[in-house]
Design a protein around this ligand. Structure first.
Ligand code: MN3
Length: 210
């Protein structure tokens, strides 16, 4: 269980010029913190307080109706952002290697076709949401998109790479130019982390999720 704001592995300004320092400070320090605070407020004093957020979201039907939507939106916000901060960083980018590369080629044909599919999912997500590279229970990779703060685990899939396409993630630098933000994302992906998460996710191991 992780109900506090996870520290970043880099400084707010280190993703520039791809993501600016102010965006990172507000996104991490304010938006992500707000999801955590609201989640804690909803589950406080219930049995869900002791559970991992990812386990709660995987079984959302067991959450009482009076807190279900708050848990879904804010638990998802915490889970999604916690993964996002791990898969981006300075001195990153490049291409996937090893088994992950093989699986991407198997699922999409090539890394370029994967990038095209992922970018398209991020671009065509109407309004707020996320684009994902996920692993299903058979170990197969696919690209998905979720609305708002919905998380792939709600549909039984484990995320290994995610991109936040809420306007709060890019508006200060990119305004309405979501395509430019998506293009910039490829320069800050930590494929070593994505590979590490893939290795766990393909065996159904959720230990890397909050
Ligand atoms: Mn966000």
């Amino acid at each position: 269980m992780s109900l506090s704001l996870p520290p970043l592995n880099f400084e707010y300004n280190e993703l520039e010029p791809h993501i600016d320092s102010s965006t990172m400070a507000i996104h991490h320090g304010k938006h992500h913190q707000a999801y955590i605070s609201k989640y804690i407020g909803a589950v406080e004093g219930t049995s869900f307080e002791q559970k991992k957020v990812s386990d709660v979201l995987a079984d959302l039907n067991s959450v009482p109706d009076n807190i279900k939507m708050t848990v879904r939106n804010n638990g998802g916000g915490h889970l999604n952002h916690s993964l996002f901060w791990e898969v981006i960083g300075p001195n990153a980018g490049g291409e996937p290697v090893g088994e992950l590369l093989l699986k991407i080629n198997e699922a999409f044909g090539s890394v370029n076709e994967f990038k095209e599919t992922f970018s398209n999912a991020a671009l065509t997500r109407f309004g707020s949401g996320w684009a994902w590279l996920v692993v299903d229970s058979s170990g197969t990779l696919s690209v998905q998109s979720t609305a708002n703060q919905d998380a792939p685990i709600m549909e039984g899939m484990l995320p290994v790479l995610g991109l936040d396409v809420w306007e709060h993630a890019y508006y200060l630098s990119y305004q309405n130019r979501r395509p430019d933000y998506i293009n910039a994302f490829w320069n800050i992906i930590r494929w070593d982390k994505v590979t590490q998460f893939y290795e766990l996710a393909k065996d159904g191991n959720t230990s890397y999720l909050v």
